[in-house]
Design a protein around this ligand. Structure first.
Ligand code: GDP
Length: 178
């Protein structure tokens, strides 16, 4: 089955987003405490694709060695995943573009792994500010890539962006089937 990976800095709202997408309140555990997601979890959605929950990255203080471990882990995951269709990189809409996220996207791009951006916690900003922050991202992405990747604006607490995201995944799945 096709796989879609969800990844982002710890506390970005990944567990909440996965709960929203899977209609469950407590499949993926949420907590205000960073680093709760330790292992890779798979969720079967609609009986036709797998959502892959990858561990959070970018703790406030990471040693060089744990950075290396992370890189090795991620590299291993992505190098083995033949079914992976797209990686969804989550970023908190409130933050200006962060080096760690940009470097990670750069790495995905260089390794030929298609990715999309999911902006989380949209309920925390006014529409104008959301637009501005997305624009900041676009400008930075366009310095490196020819286009801004597909992106989604979500809020798990206000249930925003769910249908867009699921429809997009369905669309990719349908294209695979052709
Ligand atoms: P994870 O570490 O990336 O899995 O993040 P969690 O899903 O555990 O969320 C981290 C914190 O952000 C928790 O306190 C959540 O309640 C909060 N949070 C997650 N998503 C949203 C959202 O869409 N809106 C708001 N306001 N808070 C959120």
């Amino acid at each position: 089955l096709p796989e879609y990976a969800f990844i982002g800095r710890s506390n970005v709202g990944k567990s909440s987003l996965i709960n929203m997408l899977t209609n469950r309140k407590s499949l993926a555990k949420t907590s205000g405490r960073p680093g709760k997601t330790q292992l890779i979890n798979h969720f079967l959605i609609n009986n036709n694709w797998h959502l892959v929950d990858l561990p959070g990255y970018g703790y406030a203080r990471v040693s060089k060695s744990s950075k290396k471990t992370f890189q090795k882990f991620i590299t291993q995951y992505f190098s083995k995943r033949l079914q992976l269709v797209c990686a969804f990189v989550l970023v908190d809409i409130r933050h200006t573009p962060q080096t760690i996220d940009l470097e990670f996207m750069q790495w995905l791009g260089e390794n030929g792994i298609p990715f999309c951006i999911i902006f989380t916690k949209a309920d925390k900003l006014k529409p104008m500010a959301i637009e501005r922050h997305v624009e900041d991202y676009k400008n930075i992405m366009l310095e490196t890539w020819e286009e801004m990747p597909e992106y989604f604006i979500t809020s798990s607490s206000k249930s925003i962006g769910k249908d867009n995201l699921l429809n997009y995944i369905d669309y990719l799945n349908n294209n695979l089937a052709k």
